[in-house]
Design a protein around this ligand. Structure first.
Ligand code: FO1
Length: 342
């Protein structure tokens, strides 16, 4: 099954890992957020791409989720001694990625070409593609003014209230041919439990990308997404506080509303602890699946991925048979929706 997964950050990397575990080589394409990308010490750094690539290569730091396992920090220590600002910490081995990427970008290569050579060198059996080659960057307005994403996320520890979000440069950062053809070939689209505002938001802001997803859905390709907010709390990061300060409900229902407004999904997956939100989410016109969504190990990553693909296959098949009577046997066990999709 050819699957395209939209992802950003650690939650996205975990579900991508689950999908990679159950799919064959080359069947998974992960389209990653580039809004977190930044320039530090003269180098181009792509945190979400690197987090997904390191996770799929099996070398990610298991505790922090980003960076490389067993990392050393000699370069940062020395930079700090020289008086350089080192609040954004780059490990010694991680630095090799940024040196390699920056050198090739300066040589005129596209971000996507560099990404593909990186995942090949790391032995990743899936494709990991930046959503765009253009310089799209996330900025947030806080009570202290506009700041770039990593200033907010790392330097200011996600403490300031976020009053507005902008994806600067988006107009000049179109969808790439590689992302376009991955979506055109997809048999299912999966939205990872990443921050809906600053991880999935920038991907959807890439001109032409949402239209490709709409066209795929119109062809009958199922699209399924999972909430990264469980029991009113983000599993990781500031998504809950950010949604609240932006005037949105900081729950799985708020996430579902966002994706409904973006016309992104047919099916929404939420955690057992949020089962009470099912009627409100179904009232938005989304199918719902209730299951355990918290990924604590390799096994739970794979089982969430398996459950999502089974639901996507069901949704695709039932839409293909639209108008026909379908026996209820064979539906995924955790499906709680009462009716078949229209
Ligand atoms: N996150 C931190 O909290 N502190 C850091 O110093 C830091 C450095 C860093 C370096 C490379 C990289 O790929 C990721 C890094 N991250 C760091 C994570 C990153 O800021 C965030 O996880 C994402 O941008 C949010 O998805």
């Amino acid at each position: 099954m050819r699957v395209v997964c939209l992802a950003g950050g650690v939650g996205g990397a975990k579900l991508a890992d689950g999908l990679q575990q159950i799919l064959g080589p080359g069947e998974l394409t992960v389209v990653v957020n580039t809004g977190d990308d930044l320039e530090r010490h003269g180098l181009t750094i792509c945190p979400d791409f690197d987090t997904v690539a390191y996770t799929l290569a099996g070398i990610a730091d298991p505790l922090q989720g980003w960076g490389i396992a067993g990392e050393t920090w000699n370069v940062m220590d020395q930079l700090s001694r020289l008086g350089s600002e080192t609040w954004f910490r780059l490990g010694d081995r991680d630095l090799a990625t940024h040196l390699y990427r920056t050198e090739r970008l300066r040589g005129g290569e596209r971000l996507t070409t560099v990404a593909l050579t990186l995942i090949d060198a790391l032995g990743v059996p899936s494709r990991v593609l930046p959503a765009t080659d253009g310089p799209l960057r996330t900025w947030v307005r806080t009570p202290g003014g506009w700041i770039d994403f990593q200033d907010y996320f790392v330097r200011q520890h996600q403490e300031p209230e976020v009053l507005e979000v902008e994806f600067r440069g988006a107009a000049a950062a179109p969808v790439t041919p590689e992302v376009q053809s991955a979506i055109r070939a997809a048999e299912a689209i999966v939205v990872a439990p990443s921050n809906p505002v600053v991880s999935i938001g920038p991907i959807l802001a890439v001109p032409g990308l949402a239209a490709e997803i709409s066209a795929a859905r119109a062809r009958g390709v199922p699209a399924i997404g999972v909430s990264g907010i469980v029991g009113g709390k983000a599993l990781r990061g500031p998504a809950d506080r950010m949604m609240a300060s932006l005037g949105e409900e900081p729950t799985a229902l708020g996430v579902a509303r966002r994706y409904r407004d973006a016309q992104l999904l047919d099916t929404f997956v939420l955690d057992q602890s949020d089962e009470g939100l099912v009627p409100a989410i179904r009232a938005l016109g989304l199918e719902t699946i209730v299951t355990g969504t918290v990924m604590v190990d390799a096994g739970s990553r794979a089982s969430l991925a398996r459950e999502m693909l089974a639901a996507a296959a069901w949704s695709g098949a039932s839409r293909a048979l639209k108008g026909h009577e379908i026996a209820r046997q064979g539906r995924p066990e955790s499906t709680v929706s009462d009716d078949l999709p229209e």
